[in-house]
Design a binder for this molecule. Structure first.
Ligand code: ATP
Length: 216
């Protein structure tokens, strides 16, 4: 067996980012610092398999995400799912990322709701062959896991942040975090109702939305 000499882990946050907001950005920075990640990449979906099509097109969502991270060296945008013409299944993305970064653990960042529905994801049992899962949850939130997910969690859960750096993949870390009460849905509704979403998202993203008449 070849030795695994790790480089610092990276984080990945997937989403529609329609539009990107501080509820996405601030937790990325918190996790970057608390888990000692080398970087966090935001990865906009092209055709989300589990959701209705988003309100603005890929080009706009990418432009907004790029503006949002323009002044932060530790955050970047990974466009691979946007440039695919087929549905972007997480497993395909993780296989690619693991192959590109043979010595770098990949921490896939999800919320507790995603862990609760993990058993519905395409080829979910294989995800941990390619990444760690870092699950942010609000303190006092309840786990309602499918029995098959619960079983895996019992086998691979860690509370040790260092385990995510020392092993290439395969661990689940439940990470308590205070979440900002911001959603893209709320921002879209505010704009639709001709109210301002200022302070929920970066100013340069809001300017872009206004300039391009998005969500009106
Ligand atoms: P929508 O309101 O359109 O459903 P959203 O605001 O939830 O969108 P997504 O693009 O679906 O945004 O989110 C991408 C990822 O960011 C998901 O994993 C989601 O759980 C997480 N996320 C979204 N909002 C927050 C928030 N306020 N705090 C922490 N994580 C968030």
């Amino acid at each position: 067996m070849t030795d695994f000499i790790p480089t610092r882990a990276i984080g990945i946050l997937g989403g529609t980012f329609d539009p990107i907001h501080y509820g996405h950005l601030r937790p990325c920075l918190d996790l970057l610092q608390q888990l000692n990640l080398a970087e966090v990449r935001l990865m906009p979906n092209h055709i989300p398999p589990h959701r209705a099509a988003p309100g603005s097109n890929s080009e706009h969502r990418l432009a907004m995400a790029s503006l949002a991270v323009a002044h932060c060296d530790d955050l970047s945008i990974d466009t691979r799912e946007l440039t695919r013409t087929t549905p972007s299944y997480t497993i395909d993305t993780l296989i690619e990322l693991a192959a590109e970064n043979p010595n770098t653990p990949v921490c896939f960042l999800i919320g507790l709701d995603s862990l609760n529905s993990l058993h519905t994801w395409y080829r979910w049992e294989e995800l941990l062959n390619y990444c760690h899962l870092v699950v942010s949850y609000r303190p006092n939130y309840e786990l309602t896991l499918a029995p098959e997910v619960q079983k895996i969690l019992e086998q691979v859960q860690t509370t040790d942040v260092e385990a995510l750096q020392q092993q290439k993949q395969g661990r689940i870390l439940l990470w308590p975090s205070t979440q900002l009460e911001i959603s893209a849905t709320r921002i879209r509704q505010l704009i639709e109702n001709q109210q301002s979403p200022q302070y929920l998202l970066p100013d340069n993203v809001l300017s872009y939305i206004q300039k391009n008449n998005l969500y009106t």
